[in-house]
Design a protein around this ligand. Structure first.
Ligand SMILES: Nc1ncnc2c1ncn2[C@@H]1O[C@H](COP(=O)(O)OP(=O)(O)OP(=O)(O)O)[C@@H](O)[C@H]1O
Ligand SMILES: [Mg+2]
Length: 323
């Protein structure tokens, strides 16, 4: 069966007087129906740019400069803008970190759900509002009949994120992109939103592209994990494989940076951040972009970049250690 989403050779650049930042550099990724792909990597490595490129929401100075994004049998990069508009919100939903900034402050939250149904499904206002109430129930917003009439500022961050999920789900998309969707929420609310996503994923066979800094969230939710560094995918593997035996030195470093409890289970152990800093994408070092920070660096890593090669059990890694 073809993949639900298949990205091939995707490149997105940002041009400035400082040079060209290759925020997404020749990325290949696939997601199957109902599958959750976790995407991790340090700040600035290109995760959000990748998500926005899929939805064709990159604006100047950014530009998608190559590749293809096959989704439900069509290349999104070739679609006329009006068809793309119906893909957004209709077939692919997006939720991100700041629900408050995504919601319109002067429209009731219920109307914002209804509006999507009026635009994409041609429902009349009354029907659409009725459906909004049902969707509020689906995302477990208490007292939906009352809540639909409220405004964003009257809702907690957790409820605002549920409204965003209701909007994203209104037209039964097959793919939901969640970009740090629970990062700003406190731990209890975060757990509730993740539970909700898990339930929706099962009930609607929803595929999920889950972007998160939080490896704990990824470990709990993802089927497969892709690790991004300086615009490139450096490793991809089934979630258990990746956490049990990370292959790329960068992945290993990320996993070590998860704060864990020491043997007594009392105080959180020291956080092992990876040495060095994320490179400026306009000034990448030659060879493998990770080499200045890599504990396993070899001579040729400084001059040549490794390709992302297939390994055993559906894994991929871009590192000369495995050539
Ligand atoms: N509006 C912009 N103008 C110029 N460059 C940009 C812009 N947005 C992104 N970039 C470039 O793209 C790179 C990747 O940004 P992106 O927002 O995708 O990072 P991220 O992985 O989502 O980080 P975070 O974890 O902090 O959300 C940045 O490091 C920057 O070089
Ligand atoms: Mg981001």
């Amino acid at each position: 069966m073809p993949h639900l989403l298949q990205i091939q050779g995707l490149r997105t650049n940002f041009e400035s007087d400082r040079g060209v930042a290759k925020a997404v550099d020749c990325v290949d990724l696939a997601i199957d129906e109902g599958q959750t792909l976790g995407l991790v990597g340090e700040s600035g490595c290109g995760k959000s740019v990748l998500a926005l490129s899929i939805l064709r929401l990159i604006s100047p100075p950014g530009r998608v400069s190559g590749g293809s994004i096959l989704f439900e049998g069509r290349d999104l990069l070739q679609l006329p803008e009006r068809h793309m508009r119906s893909v957004r919100g209709n077939r692919i939903g997006l939720i991100f970190q700041e629900p408050a900034s995504a919601l319109n402050p002067v429209l009731s939250v219920g109307f914002q759900v209804a509006e999507v149904l009026m635009i994409h499904r041609g429902l009349a206002r009354r029907e659409a509002m009725q459906r909004a109430i049902e969707l509020f129930r689906v995302v477990s917003i208490p007292e939906p009949e009352r809540r639909v009439r409220e405004y964003a500022h009257q809702l907690s961050g957790g409820l605002q994120q549920r409204v965003m999920i209701a909007i994203a789900l209104a037209c039964s998309p097959s793919l939901l992109i969640a970009d740090e969707a629970t990062t700003a929420l406190d731990v209890t609310i975060q757990a509730q939103i993740l539970d909700l996503l898990r339930r929706l994923r099962k009930e609607y066979r929803l595929a999920l592209l889950l972007i998160s800094h939080d490896l704990g969230v990824i470990a709990e939710m993802a089927d497969r994990v892709a690790v991004m560094y300086a615009g490139k995918i450096v490793e991809e593997a089934p979630v258990r494989e990746l956490f049990r035996s990370p292959r790329h030195p960068y992945t290993a470093g990320l996993l070590r940076s998860i704060p864990t409890r020491d043997d007594t289970g009392e105080s959180p152990r020291r956080l092992h951040a990876i040495q060095g800093n994320v490179p400026d994408l306009t000034q990448l070092p030659p060879g493998c972009a990770f080499h200045p920070r890599c504990p396993d660096v070899m001579d040729h890593c400084r001059t040549r970049g490794p390709s992302l090669d297939n390994g055993p059990g559906g894994t991929r890694v871009a590192c000369f250690k495995y050539e």
